[in-house]
Design a protein. Structure first.
Length: 318
């Protein structure tokens, strides 16, 4: 699978596996003393790293020291083979051709030698000239050697950037429309988000709703509450994957508003409902127009009825 085809979850999983592998290697030197001695010891470590889900290098802790081993994943990520990088100095020169950048990386390298185990993201120049963001982590080995793991996080950064941009677009839409976009958590029940239009429709700060999710149901008029809460309970129980109701609320200032509320359930990986998202809008004007239309139709009907009676009465008189 190519990096650009990987999902964010896969990349995060690979990162965790890489960290776990490094953690296994971060053991006291006396643990490796019987093993990492001479070429046979390096071969054993190389065998363990060959199947790691990340690039891996065993090298001297000295900037001019030898590179003893690098795995196939390292070559896939960077394009370099062991023949390209016989020493640490070769890696520094080819991966970081800019002298100022190289000096900063060398300083970071020396810090990692003194304090291994930290994550460092650097921009590495591959063998083909492409520059990629690479996450590096080091662990000490005996005999002034270290293992460095590499993970290409370029696609993870791209996905995260796209996610942030998508969230920002959604936030901008939610904060400018005159409808309330809301998200609730099912268990335990809590309102996770409500857009600013809630203030205009309900007449209360959004913070009040986030602090007490039941403020929503408490605002529903007593005449409408039983039906609304009954269908809402069916929604949470999974018997209504799509929920829609029209009901009246009483604002904090006593004003009555009509609300149309629509929602859909969100399922987790096991198929259970764990969130509900919805949109509520003020339909007071529409309801008032419908009431006025019905009253007008009733008046017209009454007038027509009276007119018919008048014509009938006239005919009888003649």
């Amino acid at each position: 699978m190519r990096d650009e085809d990987k999902t964010r979850e896969q990349l995060v999983l690979e990162l965790q596996k890489a960290r776990d592998r490094v953690a296994e290697l971060e053991m006291p030197s006396d643990h490796f003393a019987p093993v990492v001695t001479g070429e046979r010891g390096v071969d054993l470590v190389a065998h363990a790293l060959q199947h790691a889900p990340c690039g891996a290098v065993v090298a001297s802790t000295e900037p001019v020291g030898e590179v003893f081993y690098l795995n196939d994943e390292f070559t896939r990520i960077t394009g370099y083979t062991h023949g390209d990088l016989p020493t640490v100095a070769d890696w520094l020169e080819r991966a970081y051709p800019d002298e100022d950048h190289r000096a900063r990386i060398l300083a970071a390298w020396q810090r990692d030698v003194a304090e291994p185990g930290r994550d460092l993201i650097t921009h590495v120049t591959r063998a083909d000239g492409e520059v990629r963001p690479i996450l590096l982590r080091t662990a000490h080995l005996p005999r002034q050697r270290m293992v460095v793991t590499l993970l290409d996080v370029g696609d993870l950064q791209r996905v995260e950037k796209e996610l942030r941009e998508s969230e920002e677009r959604l936030r901008q839409i939610a904060e400018t429309i005159d409808q309330v976009f809301w998200i609730v958590q099912v268990e335990p029940f809590a309102v996770l988000y409500a857009s600013p239009a809630f203030v205009e429709i309900w007449g209360r700060p959004v913070g009040d709703l986030l602090a007490d999710g039941h403020l929503w149901s408490n605002a529903i008029l007593e005449e409408d509450a039983p039906e609304v809460m009954a269908t809402w309970s069916e929604c949470l129980a999974g018997r209504r994957p799509v929920w829609r109701e029209e009901y009246r609320i009483r604002r904090l200032d006593g004003e009555i508003r009509w609300v149309e509320d629509s929602a859909a359930v969100v399922l987790d990986d096991e198929g259970d409902i764990y969130r509900v998202t919805g949109v509520a809008k003020d339909i007071t004007v529409r309801k008032q127009a419908e009431t006025e239309r019905r009253e007008m139709e009733q008046r017209i009907h009454f007038a027509q009825k009276m007119e018919s009676l008048g014509v009938l009465a006239g005919g009888v008189a003649h």
